[in-house]
Design a protein. Structure first.
Lengths: 543, 1004
């Protein structure tokens, strides 16, 4: 019996000891990978590069990205809804605690650190051919430049690091914007221009043209920038890669024509990824510019007409910019008629339910506000909204981002690519550089290229302007007419030193609040709180 | 009393003594008077001598004694008996002791009598658990244990309560206690519902280990207290069949007061006040109804006809609870069993929400011979929980009363008014429209082998496998709030958890010097792995398939799967030494190694020491009034590694991108590798006393404790310029201190009438002592970004304070001080600088109560008994999101019935309605409330039939009772039941319910 007893104990102890051998407490993470092991392989490095692209999606095409640039300007003010109207109002909530300043800052630095990781780790990569590696590094340097370019444009002097963060980093520097251009943005883009191919087999990868485009813009923006460089780089973009303007401006917004000859570089959204929810971001521009059509007689919300979040409402100034008798771009960019999908008595599905004739004198020379007297409005079964009725829920609705291919009407992620660079902008930027060099005639020539394309058929000649008409205000107005809603406006106004003047003049919701210091966004409070020794706030902001 | 103690001590002394005297041989068998079971190990001595023996496994003894001498029979937990020797055959049956000092308390890796306990341990017996009608054992002890704060997270069937033993210590890691069921530390936490698999009717006792000396034997997992659950085991004797069951009806306790049609319409008109430029302004006028209600025919018709619909009334129904348990208990000398089958079903007060569980249990013990014994405690459990749609409540609160919920033909209008966001809550309740079915299947079966090596030396090996399979299927049809008329979608998730524990335990019990020594040695390993796979699809062609044919979906969505594993390796030793039963001493040391922590930091040691001094033994051994006064003091260190595995390695996160339509998924940096991650350590000093007087008529305990937690596992926020947001680190410290007191008293006791009173009160304070942020000189700094403040509890409310509403004649001041208009919330200028800035925010409250506890009165009169149990929690703050979502002044949706400001109603309660705001300026200041409450948790009236009456039904005993739960409560906050766990009160929260149940318990 005793023998039996001790035997069994030995067996039990043996099982336990066997199970708890030396490596028993080692952790083996099967499901996930870590940077230390994965980024050392060529596949891992490729995935780290793709991630540097992927981070852009957190900004471009989201409400954050649009809000930071669309309203709070002379062209757009706020609609009824949304929690970030402070960006438009420049009021006491426009401070360092505001989410969107924090989120923008965070996303850009996440991008910077990801790019730094790729660049730092590239040296120890094995099994990758040198040509591919050089191209990838050039792509990543371009992306790092883009992230830093956004940072200095929004925040001025910022933290500069070209090294991947390793371990817990609680310090941060404040490097002047000029130094950030000198040490990071310009050399990165020059490297990219020298090392990128003219075309890439993967649609959406950065090309030489994209790098030249961005560097051209940098030269127009940076204090040490050279307008001559801008002209020469943009001339390359315009002449050397086979880009061409589409004949019809409205073809740009055809959702089936996204990959067209005018696109220089876009942030890609894949229909499959946005529909299936793999991509939580997508292009959400279809949500924000629409008026509240869905609560109006005869209408209910559907996929065709979109999901109206009423974030951005055009200012009167914007609506007055187009000469609708010649310029087709208002009529092609804004929606006029909503057809009944929830008919009221007397209506059929498909009958006109709502009509926004738009501002001023139309293509046919009719002043719609004068035409639609109350008597005339009462005489039709549909609703007509004239300019005197515009408010935070009723306003002309920008058509550019409508996405009726979403799987259902509630789906927020749209499939459109976010166009960061298109050829028309190259002409407009070159025009601005010409003007800066005192060459109004060349500027007028570039502007006329754009204006002729934007004209109604037969009105091309009457759209042309002369050198005498060109000044910076004209260029800004032309940019508004051509690029409205595409997310450039706030940068354009700051670059040309016109933000405060124009917002005061044209944005009634901000006019009493905007101050000269608003040309920079506040440094987020979290950054200040979390940095060892604090972090200096931008001038004018109290905290 | 004293005799009993010293006999207990002597028992061990005599264990190895052989027969010395050659006199008349007396023999017999000693049995349990209550059950008839033979009692092994009973001490038999001849009074006045040091001669004695103990009974064998069959209760037999044999001793040489002279006629006329007296034999004394003593055994732990039984009354001692002295019988004069009159023949050579003397069978004795011992009655179980009624003295609470003799109660057996499970202490983890062993048991002690209440008398011997030196830690702060509370034991709750089956009687206290069985009497509450509930599906959860944890819920049943709510309010009954001092220092244990149990709050429910909402009224959904199957929803888990939040359990906090002596408050919180950790900011980022879990604050859930460790559950140990039949000796096996549970691998899944209560947060995952593992505790819901246990049928409360199967529980014999629950012991809550509170102080660190008691929990230190569980080392790395003892920091949040330990709850030991022992299930009922078989007893030798004839088979006993027991049945217990109840049926109860539930209904809602309290619902928010929402506006009716007329009130809503008035508020909406006010929200449309506009100036001549169509800008919404307090100084404007109200447009006509056509403009205010946006021409919506349904609303205008309601206003015309006076139609007003009460959605809360429409969605809240009667629910029921239904429980049945049948068990058989019995056994032979060598084999004992307890078999039970349980069924529990709860239908919520909202349709499509229910919880149904079937449990089967087999507890078996078998003795092979004097050396070997083995047994099993097997649980099989299957539950189906229909979680239901949270949109039912939130839509019922938000849909406006002047919509049109039903079409003219009586069918449901999916959109009851013209707004794309709000859908009709009644459509969520259409069977099959919204299904969220969670199935959990559990197999948990610890097996042990016990070997008696020699007297006093025992070896036990336990293997405890624990398997849990969970499946969650979700289906949302077209007409649900999720899809809003869009195509149906579905997802299905399968999760498998497998854990096992293997423990080897050696106990040795001997006399050394003046006292008794117990040694416990443990070696243990534990492993856990959890894997899941999940598929989400959209645009299903037909809805009857639910999630059972997702291949047919037009849009395939996310696919995900995961694996998480951890191991724990431990050694533990414990010494108990007690001298003359007066001076009690315990010391333990546990070493734990965890795979979750970084290399080099995996192992840590957790010591615990406790002392007890039974003062009366020294000063008043023969006191007639006082039975017991025991001073206790303890110190212990325990750990917490309740962080997810792999936190030290620095994982990458997937990013989404594409080259046109070619996927280009990437992996970005996400977590910083943290090779220094170690244990979070809590050190607790506890002093207290146990008391008992008047033969146990009054008894209880008092404890004071201080817990210092250091190396707090903290998600430390980083400056974003690093590219990261936070990192898990051992930084920071907290301090929790508190007092606990309880008294059990038999106030009145006569032949027919008795009144028992049980009261417990606890309170604690919680403080953050140190955080990651330091100023230039190294002093800790508040972390405002996380709402963590030095000297404040872990969870505080930090905000502006509302001082009133800016009135019409204060326009200039409102603009100057706060940059706002009349009708808006006026903030208090806390720092008095004449301006409202972020510096005017302050800590305005915490969710830590001043004190909490319970009071139970039980009255017995003849065969009747009546008990009433009140539960209270006082002095804490809650945040009400009803006042965020449903009192925002926008009047796009329905609104709490509040007193809002208008130019002609200069109230200071609520700000001016405004249709273009999603929330009022500084609206968060309206959301804070005193959360204090007193609840009548339970009231029971029972009748115990006389045994003759019971036997007419073929029963040996029968009890019938009627019980009410949550019948009454009183609170400052009147919008909803203020009991919310740690969550913020949400508008999607299912309201709590009250229950009236009828039940019987019968034995055959």
């Amino acid at each position: 019996m005793k023998k039996y007893t001790f035997k069994s104990i030995l067996v039990l102890l043996g099982i336990t000891v066997f199970l708890s051998c030396e490596n028993y407490l080692d952790e083996n993470n099967i499901a996930d990978v870590s940077a230390g092991s994965y980024y050392t392989t060529s596949q891992g490095l490729e995935d780290a590069v793709k991630a540097t692209y992927g981070i852009m999606k957190e900004f471009y095409g989201t409400e954050l990205g649009f809000s930071m640039n669309v309203f709070g300007t002379d062209t757009y003010t706020n609609g009824a809804d949304g929690s970030h109207k402070y960006l438009n109002w420049y009021n006491n909530q426009h401070n360092s605690s505001a989410n969107y300043f924090r989120d923008t800052w965070r996303i850009m630095y996440r991008g910077v650190n990801q790019a730094n990781a790729v660049l730092n780790r590239a040296e120890s990569i094995e099994g990758m051919d040198q040509a591919t590696l050089t191209t990838r590094l050039a792509e990543v340097r371009f992306l790092r430049a883009l992230y830093y370019f956004n940072l200095v444009r929004y925040y001025g002097n910022v933290h500069l690091s070209l090294e991947e963060t390793e371990g817990v980093e609680t310090e941060a520097n404040r490097t002047s914007a000029q130094e950030v251009y000198a040490q990071a943005i310009i050399p990165d883009l020059e490297y990219a221009v020298s090392n990128l191919p003219s075309s890439q087999s993967d649609y959406g990868r950065v090309t030489k043209a994209a790098a030249e485009f961005l560097l051209a813009k940098v030269h127009l923006t940076a204090p040490q920038g050279s307008p001559a460089q801008t002209v020469s780089l943009m001339t390359n973009v315009i002449n050397n890669y086979g880009f061409s303007l589409l004949d019809d401006w409205s073809d740009l917004w055809d959702i089936n024509n996204e990959e067209n000859s005018e696109v220089v570089w876009t942030v890609i959204n894949s229909k499959q990824q946005v529909d299936e929810g793999l991509d939580g971001y997508g292009h959400r521009g279809h949500l924000y510019f629409l008026f509240e059509y869905d609560k109006r007689p005869g209408m209910t919300r559907d996929t065709e007409n979109g999901r109206p979040w009423k974030r951005f409402r055009p200012t009167d100034h914007l609506l007055g910019l187009w000469d609708r008798t010649k310029d087709a771009r208002y009529d092609k960019g804004y929606k006029h008629v909503w057809y009944a999908n929830n008919p009221i008595p007397g209506q059929q599905i498909g009958d006109t339910a709502l009509y926004i004739p738009g501002p001023g004198v139309d293509r046919n020379g009719v002043n719609q506000d004068a035409k639609w007297t109350q008597v005339n409005k009462d005489a039709v079964l549909y609703q007509v909204y004239t300019t005197d009725q515009y408010n935070q829920v009723i306003f002309p609705s920008l058509n550019k981002w409508i996405d009726n291919t979403r799987p259902n009407r509630q789906h927020t992620q749209g499939q459109r690519d976010f166009i960061l660079m298109r050829l028309a902008d190259a002409y407009l930027i070159r025009a601005e550089a010409h003007l800066k060099q005192g060459n109004a005639a060349q500027a007028a020539e570039d502007l006329n290229v754009i204006r002729r394309r934007g004209a109604w058929d037969g009105e091309e000649a009457s759209m042309e302007i002369t050198a005498a008409e060109v000044d910076i205000d004209f260029i800004l107005d032309e940019r508004a007419r051509e690029l409205v809603g595409e997310g450039h406006r706030w940068f354009d106004l700051v670059r040309t030193n016109k933000l405060v003047e124009r917002v005061k003049a044209h944005n009634l919701d901000a006019t009493n609040n905007i101050q000269p210091y608003h040309v920079l966004r506040p440094i987020p409070l979290d950054q200040i709180d979390r940095t060892e020794g604090g972090y200096e706030q931008n001038p004018g902001y109290t905290q | 009393m004293r005799k009993l103690i010293s006999n207990g001590i002597k028992m061990f002394f005599f264990l190895n003594i052989v027969f010395i005297y050659a006199q008349t041989s007396v023999r017999g068998v000693v049995t349990d008077a209550e059950t008839g079971t033979p009692l092994p190990g009973v001490n038999v001595i001849i009074q006045g001598t040091s001669t004695g023996v103990s009974t064998d496994f069959d209760g037999n003894y044999q001793i040489n004694a002279e006629s006329g001498q007296t034999l004394e029979f003593s055994f732990l937990g039984f009354e001692t008996q002295a019988i004069a020797v009159s023949s050579d055959q003397l069978n004795v049956s011992l009655a179980p002791s009624t003295n609470f000092l003799d109660e057996i308390v499970v202490t983890g890796y062993g048991t002690q009598t209440r008398r011997e306990v030196t830690g702060s341990i509370v034991s709750i017996g089956s009687a206290s658990i069985e009497k509450i009608a509930t599906g959860s054992g944890v819920d049943a002890i709510k309010g009954q244990v001092s220092g244990v704060d149990i709050t429910s997270g909402g009224g959904r069937p199957g929803q888990n309560p939040v359990v906090r033993v002596r408050g919180r210590r950790s900011i980022s890691a879990s604050n859930d206690p460790l559950y140990v069921i039949d000796g096996i530390p549970q691998t899944s936490s209560t947060g995952d519902g593992a505790i819901f698999d246990i049928n409360p009717q199967d529980i014999e006792s629950m012991e809550i280990l509170k102080d660190a000396a008691a929990t230190a034997i569980y080392g790395s997992r003892g920091a949040n207290g330990v709850i030991l659950i022992s299930t009922k085991r078989g007893r030798t004797g004839a088979t006993k069949i027991n049945y217990s069951g109840y049926y109860g009806i539930t209904s809602v306790t309290n619902i928010p007061d929402m506006m009716n049609g007329e009130e809503y319409a008035a508020g909406r008109r006010e929200a449309f006040r506009q100036d001549e430029n169509s800008r919404y302004s307090y100084a404007g006028t109200i447009p006509n109804d056509e403009a205010v209600f946006l021409g919506d025919a349904a609303q205008l018709e309601s206003i015309r006809t006076g139609r007003s619909f009460d959605y809360l009334d429409a969605v809240l129904n009667q629910g029921f609870q239904n429980s049945h348990q049948l068990s058989a208990n019995g056994g032979s000398e060598n084999t004992q069993y307890n078999v039970s089958l349980g069924y529990f079903k709860e239908d919520g007060i909202i349709d499509q929400m229910d919880f149904e569980r079937v449990t089967g249990r087999l507890n078996l013990d078998h003795r092979i011979n004097d050396t070997f014994k083995f047994g099993i405690s097997m649980l099989l459990s299957n539950s189906v929980n229909n979680w239901g749609s949270s949109a039912v409540m939130s839509e019922a609160l938000s849909n406006i009363p002047i919509g049109k919920p039903y079409a003219d033909d009586g069918s449901i209008n999916f959109f009851a008014f013209n707004d794309g966001i709000r859908t009709n809550p009644l459509s969520e309740l259409v069977p099959g429209a919204y299904v969220d079915e969670r199935i959990s299947t559990r197999f948990f079966a610890p097996v042990y082998l016990q070997i008696n090596l020699m007297d006093g030396l025992q070896f036990t090996s336990t293997f405890g496998p624990d398997m849990r399979f969970r499946r969650r299927g979700e289906f949302r049809d077209r007409f649900t709030n999720d899809n809003r008329g869009g195509p149906a979608d579905a997802e299905v998730e399968n999760k498998k958890e497998f854990g096992f524990t293997l423990e080897n335990l050696i106990t040795y019990d001997t006399e050394i010097g003046p006292g008794n020594l117990k040694v416990t040695l443990l070696q243990s390993i534990q492993e856990f792995s959890s894997e899941f796979s999940k598929a989400e699809v959209q645009n299903l062609p037909y809805s009857s398939q639910l999630w059972y044919n997702i291949g047919t979906a037009e849009v395939k969505g996310n696919l995900s799967s995961g694996l998480s594993e951890w191991q724990l390796q431990s050694y533990m030793g414990r010494l108990n030494y007690n001298i003359d039963g007066k001076y009690l001493f315990q010391a333990s040391l546990r070493a734990d190694g965890s795979s979750r922590l970084a290399e080099g930091n995996k192992w840590a040691y957790f010591p615990g020491v406790s002392l007890g001094w039974r003062v009366l033994e020294d000063f008043a051994p023969d006191s007639a009034t006082f039975d017991e006064f025991k001073l206790r003091a303890s110190y212990g260190e325990v750990g917490n590694t309740a962080i997810d595995p792999y936190q030290t390695q620095g994982a990458l996160a997937r990013t989404v991108y594409a080259w046109n339509e070619t996927p280009a998924f990437g992996y970005r940096l996400n977590d910083i590798p943290n090779p220094n991650l170690g244990w979070e350590i809590s050190k607790t000093i506890d002093v207290g006393f146990d008391y008992s007087l008047l033969d146990g008529r009054i008894s209880g305990a008092f404890d004071y404790y201080v817990t210092n937690t250091t190396d707090l596992l903290l998600a430390r926020n980083l400056p974003y310029t690093s590219g990261y947001t936070s990192v898990f680190q051992n930084v920071g410290a907290t301090k929790t201190s508190g007092v606990e007191f309880n008294v059990n008293a038999t106030v009145v006791e006569t032949d027919k009438f008795a009144w028992d009173l049980n009261l417990n009160v606890s309170g604690y304070s919680e403080k953050i002592v140190e955080l990651a942020l330091k100023d230039a000189s190294g002093n800790p700094v508040d972390d405002t970004g996380n709402n963590w403040f030095i000297g404040q509890p872990i969870r505080v409310f930090f905000d502006y304070t509302k001082a009133g509403i800016w009135q019409s004649n204060e326009a200039a001041q409102a603009a100057a001080v706060q940059g706002t208009d009349p009708g808006q919330i006026k903030l208090a200028d806390i720092n008095g600088d004449g301006k409202i800035t972020p510096a005017d925010r302050s800590v305005i409250g915490t969710d830590v109560p001043d004190y909490f506890g319970g009071i139970t009165n039980t009255f017995t009169y003849g065969n009747f008994d009546l008990s009433a149990f009140f539960y209270f929690r006082q002095g804490h703050m809650i945040r009400s999101s009803f006042h965020q979502g449903n009192a925002n002044g926008q009047f796009r949706y329905n609104h709490l019935d509040v007193d809002y400001w208008t130019p002609t109603n200069p109230t200071n309660e609520y700000p001016r309605p405004n249709f273009t705001q999603e929330r009022p300026e500084n609206g968060s200041t309206l959301e804070y409330f005193d959360g204090s409450y007193v609840k009548l948790r339970n009231v029971t009236l029972g009748y115990n039939f006389e045994s003759e009456a019971a036997s007419k039904f073929g029963m040996t005993s029968l009890r019938a009772y009627v019980q009410g739960q949550n019948l009454w409560f009183s609170s400052e906050y009147d919008t909803f039941d203020p009991e919310v766990g740690e969550a913020t009160l949400g508008s999607g929260t299912t309201p709590s319910s009250k229950l009236i149940a009828f039940g019987i318990r019968a034995a055959f």
